[in-house]
Ligand binder design. Structure first.
Ligand code: MG
Length: 392
């Protein structure tokens, strides 16, 4: 009991953290969650959603079928949640909220990572574009069909706020209360700010790991990057005979540690300096209060530049992206030209959407259908649609 009581005290929330007391609640009021807290309920709804399960077969950098050892969007999201929870706890922020936002942040990602999103965005240019952040919100607000009383997951305002990381001003205007902060230059909760950077820490580090494993980038190249080099020297001088894979792992876990420690310390200083008394003070601040130190920001920039030039632009990644664009474009065009090629339930949705939103409404349903596909489903669908000898 004593241990539990101490753990409870250790989990106390800062007055400016999101809590049951200052939450703006759900769009549709519901009965209490019983044994769980409201924030846990959100996390659980996300974990049980269909979109969450599909993350297992969606690309992070490497297309899902390229190898079993690479990150997928699911393992990426779990790593983001782990990092976000650790930081939320030491900063006395709402861990459950941070976890929910982390697990949901990529729910709207199209198949084939950024190549898929860019292709779908190009296709949708005349109909409001396609943006994965907005699509994640669309998944939790409308597209999940699980509950008797509502579409979507009816999540708390603060979870939805965290999911909507970016948004153009024109789209923000259509989003009601949730879009206001983009128009008024207000900040989201500290939990949302924190997940945003946990995302960055997770992908920068696991892309180094996956990049090395794939052989597309090398240790020699990485040793030119300060963040990597510092930890590499430490590990190899302490363990001169260590096997290469373990060296990489030791270096990466130390890099994560260093970034997390820096983020916690720098954020603590900013919070102390700005001294918010309430969540409203956090939202009204002129800048985010969660952030890296200036030194770490520069080190991160160097690593990101390297990953962009050496890994994301590698010809083998580009070839995969180019194929992905073709798959998405072809499917989109075929479905737009003849919506009777869509599965029955989507044909019903197209008719409804066309009644309400005309051509743009119809295009949005096609985009929803494609965005919901996993990599392998999209590849199979492409085969079924365009390969004359393949049975449908
Ligand atoms: Mg992410």
């Amino acid at each position: 009991m004593r241990g539990a009581a101490m753990a409870e005290r250790g989990l106390r929330l800062a007055p400016y953290a999101v809590s049951a007391h200052n939450s703006q609640g759900r769009a549709l009021a519901e009965a209490g969650p019983g044994l769980r807290g409201e924030f846990q309920r959100d996390r659980d709804r996300i974990v049980h959603s269909a979109a969450f399960r599909r993350l297992e077969y969606k690309t992070q950098v490497f297309v899902n079928h390229e190898g079993d050892m690479f990150r997928t969007r699911l393992t990426h999201s779990i790593e983001v949640a782990q990092i976000a929870r650790s930081m939320a706890r030491v900063l006395h922020l709402n861990e459950d909220l941070a976890e929910s936002v982390a697990l949901a942040h990529d729910l709207g990602h199209a198949p084939f990572g950024h190549a898929g999103q860019d292709a779908l965005n190009d296709c949708m240019q005349q109909h409001g574009g396609f943006e994965h952040n907005l699509q994640s919100l669309r998944v939790v607000d409308e597209l999940e069909e699980r509950y008797a009383d509502f579409n979507g997951l009816n999540l708390l305002y603060e979870t939805r706020e965290g999911i909507l990381k970016h948004c153009s001003r024109s789209r923000a205007a259509e989003l009601g209360a949730l879009g206001q902060r983009f128009l008024q230059h207000r900040q989201p909760s500290l939990e949302a700010q924190l997940v945003n950077l946990a995302d960055e820490i997770a992908y920068n580090n696991h892309d180094v790991d996956d990049g090395l494993r794939s052989g597309l980038i090398t240790l020699e190249q990485l040793c030119e990057i300060s963040l990597f080099r510092t930890q590499y020297d430490l590990v190899t001088s302490r363990y001169p005979d260590l096997q290469q894979r373990r060296v990489t792992h030791e270096v990466i876990r130390r890099m994560i540690n260093r970034q997390v420690s820096d983020l916690v310390e720098a954020s603590r200083q900013r919070i102390t300096h700005s001294a918010p008394a309430t969540l409203e003070d956090v939202r009204a601040a002129s800048e985010p209060l969660v952030g890296f130190s200036a030194e770490m920001l520069e080190l991160n920039r160097e690593l990101k530049r390297f990953l962009r030039d050496a890994l994301y632009q590698h010809y083998r990644v580009r070839r995969m992206s180019s194929k992905a664009r073709q798959v998405i474009r072809s499917l989109y065009q075929a479905f737009i030209e003849d919506h009777r090629l869509l599965p029955d339930d989507y044909q019903v949705k197209v008719r409804q959407a066309a009644d309400e939103g005309g051509v743009a409404g119809r295009a949005r349903v096609v985009a929803d259908y494609i965005a919901g596909m996993t990599d392998r489903y999209a590849i199979r669908e492409f085969g079924r649609m365009f390969d004359p000898v393949q049975l449908t």
